[in-house]
Design a protein around this ligand. Structure first.
Ligand code: NAI
Length: 316
């Protein structure tokens, strides 16, 4: 029987996870959005006299992500009915709720051991028919679940959405050698028919297809920039509006992606290359400095561009 996705869970409510949850809710799928449980109170929570046991504190990250989704313009969530389909959860108290869902999408930080630990935990609670996928930008799918059972591996594959997932149609599917081919074809049909995406099959190679090309192009641009003395705004002027890409100039895109995530993605290829080729995948020190200083892009309000108040409104 083909897979039925009635209820899903997205783990990681960051840049990608929250918006993937919105894509699912817009398709009428009840979606649990998970993130970590905070270890400390925020300044605002302390002022309100809340404790770490408070439900709103425990679900803070996922709740903040849902609030952000509702504030985005144009709104990523179609109707208020659809927005009610997303529920905030945390990875401590609510972990057992993963047993209720038909599809678990992992969208946590691009770090192999964080993802491996999570899959080991998921295996203990998920129902056997549940599909599990990773939104990794390019880490090895095979390695990610190497310590999981054959049953888990059969229902596991990379399903890589592109940013911003509400607009970009492309989704890469990366099966491992153990993935059941029926699961791949059923999920492909589901992703195309219900989510309105276009699926391409990729091999389990560092950064798959689109990010392998994208990371290469971007780092080459930065290298050329250094040689020709171009600035960030010069490059964005030349690679943005003027050539019909109003929102996707080079460095603006990097701010949307997140510079921390970009450095992880570049490292994936760096670790799998040698010599001259490898040198290119070592990002320049100015990018590393930005990340060290917390300027990781739009999600932090500062990256190559900074959020400022203009006529009472925040612009970046
Ligand atoms: P993000 O940094 O915006 O969000 C990551 C989320 O993971 C955060 O909410 C964080 O609280 C949570 N997290 C951190 N450590 C955790 C742990 N130990 N356990 C559970 N949750 C944890 O990252 P983003 O950009 O949403 O990326 C998520 C995944 O999607 C990564 O694998 C990334 O490579 C991939 N991706 C990112 C794209 C982008 O443009 N940013 C595009 C396509 C894929």
């Amino acid at each position: 029987m083909p897979v039925q996705i009635r209820k899903a869970a997205v783990i990681g409510s960051g840049v990608m996870g929250a918006q993937i949850a919105a894509v699912l809710a817009n398709a009428g799928i009840q979606t649990l959005l998970f993130d970590l449980q905070p270890k400390e109170l925020s300044e605002k929570e302390s002022k309100l006299g809340l404790s770490l046991d408070n439900a709103a504190v425990k679900n803070r990250y996922a709740l903040e992500a849902i609030t952000k989704l509702k504030k985005m313009k144009p709104a990523p969530l179609g109707t208020s009915e659809q927005s009610k389909l997303i529920r905030a959860c945390n990875l401590t108290d609510d972990f057992k709720k993963l047993a209720e869902v038909d599809w678990i999408i992992e969208a946590v930080v691009e770090n192999m051991s964080v993802k491996q630990d999570l899959f080991e935990r998921i295996e203990k609670v998920k129902k056997s028919s549940c599909i599990v996928s990773s939104n990794t930008s390019g880490l090895s799918i095979e390695k990610m679940v190497s310590t999981c059972s054959d049953g888990f591996k059969k229902n596991f594959l990379g399903i890589h959405f592109f940013n911003p997932p509400r607009y970009l149609k492309l989704v890469e599917f990366i099966p491992s050698n153990s993935t059941d081919t029926n699961i791949v074809s059923d999920m492909k049909t589901f992703t195309e028919k219900r989510l309105g995406k276009t699926v391409v099959l990729a091999k389990d190679s560092p950064n798959f297809i689109a990010n392998r090309i994208g990371t290469y192009g971007l780092l080459l641009t930065v290298q050329e920039m250094g040689k020709s003395g171009l600035t960030v705004s010069d490059v964005d002027a030349l690679t943005g509006k003027l050539i019909g890409r109003p929102k996707s100039a080079t460095f603006r895109t990097l701010d949307v992606v997140g510079l921390d995530t970009f450095l992880h993605v570049a490292k994936t290829v760096y670790d799998h290359t040698e010599g001259k080729e490898q040198e290119l995948f070592d990002p320049p020190s100015f990018m590393k400095k930005l990340v060290e200083n917390g300027a990781i892009g739009q999600k932090a309000g500062k990256g190559f561009y900074q959020k400022v108040k203009k006529d009472g409104k925040s612009v970046i």
